[in-house]
Design a binder for this molecule. Structure first.
Ligand code: SAH
Length: 348
């Protein structure tokens, strides 16, 4: 039997053409497209303004692949972690992070990850596959529902800081963002979306060339090549100088500053020379720094630096007029914090 195609892999134009080929009106394609995206239908029978015969015809040609929330955990601090089951049974994780006046969705872009950052739990999972645009979109829809339910307001921000490296799934991530920001999708402002990357120079330049409107965050963690290469092996392929060149290219094209994500570990990057290197790096590119609290992963190899070290970072960066924020961890008790997403099973 011929495998049915996922209807959400079609563009609006392809859907319109399909209906024309069926001797129907192209406009029918618009109606179905609206059901699939803006209205988030997961069943052809939900499409109430489409005739029964047409729905039947669609069913015999297509499927609507969709995600399901397989398991949900709520943290004491209100953070909600979801194990999301994909149509082929694979699992990724998505997190709702509520704060007083916003709700942020942290979404995954790949099943597992191919990069070997040695402090990240997701890195221990092999990369299985890229997520499709609709699988990324659906995570946002699911988290938006939870935000409305638990926080009484809609989702305000999205960060691509879940599982996977978004720039290694470039096309699908951009297609998903396109749908999320489009009036035919969720109408969210791209300014409220942040893509976080290990920093792949070629792809950062491509983002700039593609004139994207969302924010860019780079997981820096050290401005000294030797240290960064140890923590993030990707740095051996493209070093800090290559990264800087790409970021400068980004800035010239977009005029928007970069956010550096930075964890301070004990005896790794907690010395004055590490701080000085960061200051020097930040001076070369308009940027701000988010200091992220380290979330220990099971093997306990690394430890969060002392609060004194963090204070010294803050003091020095501020003295050089570099904006710095301390990002406290959320959802730690349910392994929902940065770098803790590893498809850990909950005891039933
Ligand atoms: N691949 C992308 C997005 C996923 S990670 C990236 O690397 O940016 C999201 C953020 O969590 C990154 O800044 C990453 O470096 C950080 N992170 C990973 N493991 C962590 C851990 N154990 N504790 C704190 N932050 C961690």
């Amino acid at each position: 039997m011929k495998q049915k195609q996922d209807i959400r892999a079609l563009t609006k134009d392809q859907l319109r053409d399909f209906f024309v080929l069926q001797n129907d009106k192209a406009f029918r394609g618009n109606q179905v497209y609206e059901w699939l995206w803006r209205k988030g239908a997961h069943n052809f029978d939900d499409m109430t303004n489409i005739s029964k015969e047409t729905r039947q015809m669609l069913k015999s040609n297509f499927v609507i692949n969709h995600i399901e929330v397989d398991q949900m955990q709520r943290s004491n601090d209100g953070t909600v972690k979801n194990a999301i089951k994909l149509h082929d049974g694979m699992i990724v994780e998505s997190v709702l992070i509520p704060t007083e006046n916003r709700s942020t969705a942290c979404v995954s872009s790949q099943v597992g990850c191919s990069l070997d950052c040695n402090f990240c739990a997701t890195a221990k999972l092999k990369k299985m596959r890229n997520l499709n645009p609709d699988e990324i979109y659906d995570q946002v829809v699911a988290i938006d529902k939870q935000s409305r339910l638990y926080q009484n307001h809609k989702l305000s921000n999205i960060v691509f800081m879940g599982m996977g490296e978004p720039l290694l799934n470039y096309k699908n991530v951009l297609m998903a963002i396109d749908k999320i920001t489009s009036d035919e999708g969720l109408s969210m402002s791209p300014r409220r979306i942040t893509l976080s990357t290990v920093g792949i120079p070629k792809m950062i330049k491509k983002l700039a060339d593609d004139n994207v409107k969302f924010n860019l965050a780079v997981s820096l963690h050290s401005a000294i090549d030797e240290v960064r290469s140890k923590m993030m092996p990707i740095n051996k392929k493209s070093n800090l100088a290559d990264l800087l060149e790409a970021l400068q290219y980004w800035y010239v094209k977009t005029n928007r500053q970069i956010t550096f994500e930075y964890v301070i570990w004990k005896n790794i990057n907690d010395k004055q020379k590490d701080i000085d290197a960061l200051v020097k790096y930040c001076k070369k590119i308009p940027s701000k720094v988010n200091l992220i609290e380290y979330n220990a992963i099971d093997d306990g190899e690394f430890q969060q630096a002392s609060s004194k070290a963090t204070e010294q970072y803050v003091r020095t960066l501020e003295a050089h007029n570099i904006t710095v924020n301390i990002r406290r961890s959320r959802g730690k008790d349910i392994d929902a914090a940065c770098g803790q997403l590893a498809n850990k099973k909950v005891e039933e």
